[in-house]
Design a protein around this ligand. Structure first.
Ligand code: FE2
Length: 270
């Protein structure tokens, strides 16, 4: 959606590591998917050598990460330290928060993206999300997946209609989850490469711009007993090259309301 500089990823990740070191309060880094263009063992090896942090790194695999029938096995074999033992879906359990990493499926076969982009959660995944919330009912839960839940509004883009609108079925499934579970206070997504942020049913639904595209943004999500905040930062000022930027697509970065927010966690009894 903006000029991309994947060849500059080592420099960008160094800047992010420096930011994390300066901040000193980061528990872990989550990636919302499409780490590689296609699922190949040599690309997974490259990703493992690039995405190194002093804190744990947890990816939620996207469609580009799942381009072969045995993609799940490729990742578990090539990057086992990024996942739970034997599973690319897992929970990050902290004293003040639970992050559920649940990559959505894309077609008829679980965890395999071939041609159509039809995001869905399986019944087993939905049951898993319910089960994890039941296990930690007093903590805020964040769901990290790859497909956005909502389209990008015309108020944000200035275009006549919403764009990148996911299928209604996926949207309704996620809205039903947040409606049924007051603890589920945030849903994080990638895929559309656009910062979006909308509050529904007391939960904030977020999608992120692409890290390797100008102006090289990332989000900081903070959760404490009373509030969840989302803030978007950029690394452009620190890069050692001239990055192009398409001003006609400035909606990718969004308005302040598409980038940052704080919600109170009244419904969660932490
Ligand atoms: Fe994607």
């Amino acid at each position: 959606m903006q000029p991309g500089y994947p060849e500059r990823l080592p420099e960008l990740l160094r800047l992010l590591r420096e930011w994390i070191a300066r901040d000193g309060a980061t528990d872990f880094v989550a990636h919302a998917g499409d780490i590689v263009d296609a699922c190949r063992p040599e690309l997974i090896r490259e990703a493992v050598s690039a995405f190194r942090f002093e804190v744990p790194f947890y990816p939620c695999l996207g469609n580009h990460d799942l381009t072969r029938a045995d993609a799940r096995d490729c990742w578990l074999e090539g990057a086992p330290q990024w996942f739970a033992p034997g599973s690319i879906q897992f929970e990050i359990v902290r004293g003040d928060c639970v992050v559920q990493v649940v990559p959505n499926h894309w077609g008829e076969t679980d965890f395999w993206w071939r041609d159509i982009q039809s995001p869905r959660f399986s019944e087993a995944q939905l049951a898993r999300i319910d089960r994890v919330i039941a296990r930690y009912p007093d903590r805020p839960h964040v769901l990290c997946t790859h497909s956005p839940v909502l389209g990008v509004s015309s108020a944000q883009t200035g275009l006549p209609e919403a764009v990148h609108v996911p299928p209604e079925g996926f949207r309704d499934t996620v809205l039903d989850l947040v409606r049924r579970h007051p603890q589920l206070c945030c849903v994080l997504s990638g895929h559309n490469h656009i910062n979006t942020l909308a509050e529904r049913e007391g939960s904030v639904l977020v999608s992120a711009s692409a890290f390797a595209s100008a102006p090289f943004e990332f989000k900081v999500i903070e959760v404490d007993g009373n509030a969840l905040s989302v803030n978007t930062y950029e690394l452009a000022a620190g890069v050692g090259f001239d990055a192009d930027y398409d001003l006609d697509r400035a909606f990718v970065q969004g308005r302040p309301r598409d980038r940052d927010c704080t919600i109170t966690l009244d419904a969660v009894s932490t």
